[in-house]
Design a protein around this ligand. Structure first.
Ligand code: CTP
Ligand code: MG
Length: 226
């Protein structure tokens, strides 16, 4: 069974506000992208990797892969306008005989091997997809403009992270229509009736959105390295 990883790194990082795409912001003395790529490369579960790069940053992505000796990187593709489009473009470089695709955001650099293992395992039990989730600590409300229209029951909610794992043909099918509005791959699989399981996520998979997140992840990384 071959497992391919798609690393979504093509975003602009507007909210981080750096002079370069977020994947090339500095984390622990390296481009952010290097951290998750190195972990995918080192994972016992991943066979090959495709990176979705920001337009005009394909070459620098290849250089990062070379610098860390990421020989599993099969190709680097130019990403699209939205995350799901970048994933779809990367999937075009995943061969038809791939059994499983694991999609991960470069914006979540601290990728634990245990989580990769946890999201892959249930695929052999008949699930179409598996996502890592963590409990939410804030109360989540639905709003229209500034008016609250609904308070969602917190005990029924999880915040979902990446890596997300899918049966390859199921993901391909889910990404074949209009995908521009989707904030994760799972939602597209769910919309087509796919069965998606939630497993325990990990707080270290904190997503870097703004400069404070980058600082927080840098501290976690420093702690890991000690
Ligand atoms: N992503 C992508 N292609 C896009 C947009 C996003 O591959 N067109 C990736 C990002 O590189 C990131 C992940 O999807 O790893 C999550 O996206 P997000 O955190 O929103 O990153 P950006 O889109 O880069 O940030 P911003 O929305 O602030 O511009
Ligand atoms: Mg974005």
């Amino acid at each position: 069974m071959s497992v391919w990883a798609v690393l979504a790194a093509a975003g602009r990082g507007e909210r981080l506000g750096s002079d370069r795409p977020k994947a090339f912001a500095r984390l622990g003395g390296r481009p952010l992208l290097a951290e998750s790529l190195e972990r995918l490369e080192g994972s016992d579960w991943i066979d090959r990797i495709v990176i979705a790069a920001p337009p005009e940053w394909e070459e620098p992505c290849i250089l990062v892969a070379e610098e860390i000796g990421a020989g599993k990187v099969g190709s680097v593709v130019t990403g699209g306008a939205a995350r799901s489009e970048s994933v779809r473009l990367a999937l075009e470089d995943v061969p038809d005989d791939a059994a499983v695709v694991l999609v991960h955001d470069a914006a979540r650099p601290l990728l634990p091997e245990e989580v990769i293992e946890r999201v892959l395992a249930p695929l052999s039990e008949g699930w179409d997809g598996v996502v890592p989730g963590v409990p939410v600590s804030d109360t989540v409300k639905k709003v229209e403009q500034d008016r609250v229209v609904e308070t969602l029951p917190r005990s029924e909610l999880v915040a979902v992270q990446t890596p997300q794992a899918f049966v390859a043909p199921v993901l391909r099918e889910a990404l074949s229509g209009d995908v521009s509005g989707a904030s994760d791959c799972s939602s597209l699989v769910e919309a087509r009736g796919g069965r998606v399981k939630v497993v325990s996520g990990d707080r270290r998979l904190l997503k870097i959105t703004d400069a404070d997140d980058l600082a927080a992840v840098a501290i976690l990384l420093e702690r890991e390295r000690q």
